[in-house]
Design a protein around this ligand. Structure first.
Ligand code: GUN
Length: 295
């Protein structure tokens, strides 16, 4: 079997076209322009490229976009003051502080300082709690993107054995929670594997759907999966540099071997990555509609 490729690039493009129309309508009918600010502290190249991609996508959709780039030495106090400024800025509906932050800044303190109504990343405890309870809220962008990919690719999740590799607050924990809920792309039986799991392959081999988010290049190999599994690769690992200075990326999944055994697989790049950015745009539009009293 050669797997169907689940293209995040194509799926994201379709959703962005829907969003662009929505943004145009908001502007023309209601005089509402959604606004997003991205805040980056330090010079991590991966974070820089994510933030640039987010700003560029926002602009392409007609979303008002601001980018704040701060030196690595920025104090927690200074960062909190900037967050507060944007909490009170009516032009801005969404605030995104790119993670990870430098070690001297308390990540939780900064995330908790964002107004939950502007928390388009879905990282504030109010939104995490609402998500957990299945209430209307901003869903975190990468898990939300994975749900859309599963749904739009026609993957049956109800009753499926889903094995998640990684227990981060950004991906592993929220996607586990969402997939066990009684909802579209939910109703799954969920297992989370992590660094202390005794026999990861034992779990992955019985999975109908594997979601890999561990940050270890090509860790999931063909011998670890069941014939016909659906494999979602969240990993974005920089494994080298081209002669033109471009990063060479690899996922957490050994794409070449796994695609011969899986029923469907997401590539890296062009899989989950474009979906994460698109879900951020969707949340920003949602935040603008909420702020304008339209939902
Ligand atoms: N770093 C890696 N992924 C994310 C994300 O989805 N949001 C933010 N703010 N930082 C990240």
């Amino acid at each position: 079997m050669t797997a169907k490729i689940i293209s995040g690039t194509e799926t994201a493009k379709a959703i962005r076209e829907e969003l662009k129309q929505e943004v145009d309508q908001l502007r023309e009918k209601h005089n509402v322009v959604p606004g997003l600010v991205t805040i980056l502290v330090g010079e991590d190249p991966a974070s820089q490229s994510y933030v640039t991609a987010k700003t560029k996508t926002a602009k392409a959709l007609g979303i008002h976009s601001e980018q704040v780039t701060l030196p690595a030495e920025t104090s927690e106090q200074e960062l909190l003051a900037i967050v507060d400024k944007y909490n009170n800025d009516v032009k801005i509906n969404g605030i995104l502080v790119q993670l990870p932050l430098p070690k001297h800044i308390n990540e939780g303190k900064v995330l908790f300082a964002i107004n939950p109504d502007k928390d388009v990343d879905g990282f504030h405890p109010v939104n995490v709690g609402k998500m957990m309870l299945g209430e209307q809220c901003f869903l975190p962008c990468t898990p939300h993107g994975i749900l859309e990919l599963l749904q739009r690719s026609g993957t049956e999740t109800s009753g499926a054995e889903v094995v998640i590799l990684g227990r981060s607050n950004i991906v592993g924990k929220p996607i586990a929670n969402l997939m066990l809920q009684k909802r579209k792309a939910g109703n799954a039986t969920v297992t989370i594997c992590h660094t202390r799991t005794k026999d990861m392959a034992f779990h992955t081999r019985r999975a109908d759907i594997i979601i890999a988010a561990v940050g270890v290049p090509k860790m999931v190999t063909a011998d670890m999966i069941k014939e016909g599994a659906v494999v979602i690769d969240v990993g974005v690992n920089r494994i080298g540099m081209t002669s033109e200075g471009k990063a060479i990326l690899a996922g957490d999944v050994d794409f070449e071997s796994v695609k011969e055994k899986a029923a469907a697989i997401t590539p890296v790049p062009g899989g989950v990555g474009p979906m994460t950015i698109t879900m951020l745009m969707k949340n920003t539009v949602q935040a603008a509609k909420q702020a304008a009293g339209l939902i």
